[in-house]
Design a binder for this molecule. Structure first.
Ligand SMILES: [Zn+2]
Ligand SMILES: [Zn+2]
Length: 394
């Protein structure tokens, strides 16, 4: 298709700009909700390419939407940009590449949108790693009238379809009473004991979980000195499952573990939700198949493994519940043991292998948008599949 060749060539012409943008983000890693420099850099680039940009959407100062295209499009395609980094590891999830590939696709398409009759959005999505910025954007209605949402995540494998676990994060605090641990232990209430019992309760619960469920946490506060009975202990946990109903059931079981632990230790307990509920991923197969064809046409080999294995959670899952969505991955290096959230992955994401994956992703994303703009049958298949999938329970 002639448009595709021209748009792939456009990505190549933009490669210096895109690499520089990716490297800038990589050198300025910013944590969830604090991505001010990153958002500014990305929106300036979009404005310079005649995108209409609205900053601070969905009540999130570092979120944005950039638009280009015709008034009455055949399709509106949203490319999702993530740009938050990880504490102490920097861009070890490669979100600098996600932002840049999504913007690269949009910039390459921009001059052709009149001829294609399409509209492109770049949705700047803060806080994927903690909190779930896209959930606020979904609630703000930013995906209304969008026909497809796409992004490419760097990974240790190139795959098109991958589930994601629904997740709730929470923080628990136990409150006891300090006392001299040797001279007057009988006058103390040991908040750390409550925490240890909570972990023991959860370990017992873990034996009875469904295979797809996960409960994991860390103790963030376990006392001040060994000779003081700890009057305060705190921890953070994640609860996950493929199934939203089961996740909600498990949440109740986890809360019961905390309350029982507090009762046993004589401590008080408070439980706080951290961030929003992440929903499971609903991969649109019709959309993914088009993406796969384009990716393979660019010479990339797809190694699809089981969809329900090696899963994490993402707020893209919430987007996938309201609009046909794909979240494919492209191998960042040729070493399968270089996995995300590691130093080696961070290094690769800021180097030549990151540039390669990012440019490849930008091309495949842009080519997929061309198919959506020009092929009504493909659009119908995507919509029919989305309509047939059941809605989540709330
Ligand atoms: Zn990550
Ligand atoms: Zn990530």
């Amino acid at each position: 298709m002639p448009f595709k060749d021209e748009i792939v060539a456009a990505v190549d012409r933009l490669s210096n700009t895109l690499s520089a943008t990716s490297r800038f983000l990589h050198l300025h890693p910013e944590l969830a909700y604090e991505e001010r420099e990153s958002a500014r850099h990305l929106t300036s680039l979009l404005k310079a390419h005649d995108f209409q940009v609205i900053e601070g959407v969905g009540g999130l100062p570092t979120a944005f939407v950039a638009r280009a295209g015709v008034e009455h499009p055949s399709a509106t395609v949203a490319f999702l940009a993530e740009y938050d980094a990880l504490p102490s590891l920097g861009h070890a999830c490669g979100h600098n590449l996600i932002a840049t590939s999504s913007i690269g696709a949009a910039l390459a398409l921009q001059p052709f949108l009149q001829a294609l009759g399409g509209r492109v959005l770049v949705v700047g999505c803060p806080a994927e790693e903690r909190g779930g910025g896209k959930i606020a954007l979904v609630k703000a209605g930013l995906f209304a009238n969008v026909d497809a949402a796409l992004l490419v995540h760097p990974s240790n494998r190139t795959e098109v379809f991958k589930s994601a676990l629904a997740m709730r994060a929470l923080r628990v605090e136990f409150f006891g009473k300090a006392s001299h641990a040797a001279a007057a232990p009988h006058l103390g209430i040991n908040a750390l004991d409550a925490m240890v019992l909570a972990f023991t309760n959860l370990n017992a619960l873990r034996q009875q979980l469904r295979d797809d469920a996960r409960i994991h946490g860390i103790i963030t506060d376990g006392g001040r000195a060994p000779n003081i009975i700890p009057d305060y202990a705190a921890a953070r946990f994640c609860i996950r499952s493929l199934d939203l109903d089961y996740l909600r059931h498990l949440y109740g079981r986890v809360v019961a573990c905390f309350k029982a632990a507090a009762t046993a230790a004589g401590a008080a307990v408070t439980i706080h939700d951290e961030g929003e509920e992440y929903h499971p991923m609903r991969c649109n197969r019709a959309l993914g198949t088009i993406f796969r064809t384009n990716l393979e046409a660019l010479g990339e080999r797809v190694e699809q493994t089981s969809e329900d294995q090696d899963l994490g959670s993402t707020d893209v899952g919430n987007v996938s519940q309201v609009v046909p969505t794909i979240h494919p991955t492209i191998a960042l290096t040729d070493q399968p043991d270089v996995v995300c959230h590691s130093d080696a992955f961070a290094e690769a994401a800021g180097g030549l292998s990151g540039d390669r994956a990012m440019l490849l992703a930008a091309k495949a994303l842009a080519m997929t948008a061309v198919d959506l703009f020009t092929d009504p049958t493909a659009r119908r298949h995507i919509q029919e599949e989305f309509g047939h999938q059941c809605q989540p329970s709330a």
